[in-house]
Design a protein around this ligand. Structure first.
Ligand SMILES: Cc1cc2nc3c(=O)[nH]c(=O)nc-3n(C[C@H](O)[C@H](O)[C@H](O)COP(=O)(O)OP(=O)(O)OC[C@H]3O[C@@H](n4cnc5c(N)ncnc54)[C@H](O)[C@@H]3O)c2cc1C
Length: 406
């Protein structure tokens, strides 16, 4: 059997959450392993601004998440690459006349947030990881098995290439399908929205005006998120959530017909949809782990909770999990407490579960409300949207919440 390498902490998954956690813990005299199934010999980020070169996966990063990325030393690199600040949001209902407008000026901010390509975030965080001598990266071989040592020796991890690791704390940052969560028998509550999201990049005729455009159709919400372009080329990333049955039909259309369908669905708000990149579809499930922790193990971000992308909160919640878990581990470490100790991990769970559940419930309520077709509810929805738009304090509170600073 291969030698077992011992670490204080093993983080499984080097997506945004895992690489952020490793960066946050690096440089604190803890031995950290970061394990990623994919190869991390990442190709250089493409500089071209055209349809084929944007990452189809983007995130709306709130000011609170941006602050964390700044603290981790990753934001400068992201900003130097490319991102698009959004200063305005327009949300409207396909079934009526109601609309809500949010503007950063309403809360005296310079932006409501930033649209950033996911690979730009991961790449900036991995550059921080590479600069930390106490982080060992294992990439290109997925975790294949993990087991708690019943004698209290931590958790044993076996990778597909035969590498064996042991850690006092194992952190699952391995995404919505989390193999670690399943292998260790963490229970989840989950339900299928019966929706998938189509994501792609589009070129539009008119400037996006640094605005996130979101239209609620009865089949599901459609968002156009602004991307950096130039004077005569305007790009958006789209997230179109639809009932499963409709997704296949849209994926089967040729680009020209798909662009026409998109243009109609967004009511031509950005003029013609001139072209689109390759389309991807992601299944949407709501999922929440009953417990985020047990002795020597913690779940973070999508491994602990996944939510509907309609308000772009998924990784923003995940990054807050990371910030709190890192804070508890480092505070414990300063007192000589083992990072896998259950009391320490429970503090992380107590501090994060409430907010995550609250946002999940709000997203569900929002989605359900906009799917209702009954006349009284449609009327209420429209009156409500107009009312919110005219009520200064309530609107400001909503904006601050969405920015993660309320
Ligand atoms: C269509 C769509 C749009 C979204 N838009 C937004 C948005 O605007 N704003 C926002 O905040 N959120 C958004 N989200 C949610 C956001 O994308 C997720 O919350 C985020 O990507 C989760 O990050 P993560 O690091 O937890 O997981 P992931 O990004 O899934 O990373 C998990 C990592 O673990 C690795 N891994 C998996 N299994 C193993 C294994 N066995 N061994 C080793 N490594 C493994 C994977 O290769 C991967 O690198 C959106 C989601 C969808 C589906």
């Amino acid at each position: 059997m291969a030698d077992v390498q011992h670490f204080d902490i093993a983080v499984i998954g080097a997506g945004i959450a895992g690489s952020a956690l490793a960066s946050a813990l690096g440089g604190n005299d803890l031995a950290i392993a970061l394990v990623e199934a994919q190869s991390l010999a990442l190709p250089p980020l493409p500089a071209e601004r055209d349809l084929q070169h944007f990452d189809p996966r983007v995130s709306a990063i709130t000011p609170r998440s941006r602050l964390l990325l700044e603290q981790l030393g990753a934001w400068d690199r992201i900003a130097a690459y490319r991102q698009c600040a959004y200063r305005h949001m327009t949300v409207w209902d396909a079934e009526g006349t109601g609309a809500i407008e949010f503007d950063c000026a309403d809360v005296n901010a310079v932006a409501l947030g930033h649209i950033v390509e996911n690979r730009a975030i991961v790449s900036a965080l991995l550059a921080r990881v590479a600069a930390s001598a106490d982080i060992t990266v294992f990439s290109g071989a997925p975790l294949q098995d993990c087991q708690r040592d019943q004698a209290g020796g931590g958790t044993r991890v076996l990778l597909a290439d035969g590498t064996a690791l042991e850690a006092d704390l194992l952190v699952a940052a391995d995404g919505a399908q989390s193999p670690v969560r399943d292998m260790l028998g963490f229970r989840t509550r989950e339900w299928d929205y019966g929706h998938r999201a189509i994501v792609t990049t589009v070129q539009v005729e008119r400037p996006h005006q640094d605005t996130c455009w979101q239209r609620f159709l009865t089949s599901g919400p459609l968002a156009f998120l602004p991307l950096p372009g130039d004077l005569d080329r305007h790009y958006c990333s789209i997230v179109w959530s639809l009932q499963d049955t409709l997704v296949d039909d849209l994926l089967a259309l040729d680009d020209h017909a798909f662009c026409a369908a998109l243009e109609q669905a967004i009511e031509g708000s950005l003029g013609k949809v001139l072209g689109c990149a390759r389309r991807f579809a992601f299944p949407l499930r709501q999922r929440h782990a009953v417990d985020y922790v047990r002795d020597g193990v913690a779940l973070v971000a999508d491994a602990a909770h996944t939510i509907h992308p309609l308000a772009g909160q998924g990784i923003n919640l995940g990054l807050q999990d990371v910030a709190v878990l890192a804070e508890e581990i480092l505070a414990g470490h300063a007192r000589g407490v083992n990072p896998g100790q259950l009391d320490l991990l429970r503090r992380y769970q107590r501090r994060r579960k409430g907010e995550n559940l609250l946002v999940m419930a709000a997203m569900d309520g929002f989605k359900a409300l906009f799917e209702q077709q009954s006349l009284p509810l449609r009327w209420l929805r429209n009156v409500g949207m107009r009312g919110v738009s005219q009520m200064g304090p309530l609107k400001q509170q909503l904006i601050r919440r969405a920015m993660g600073v309320g």
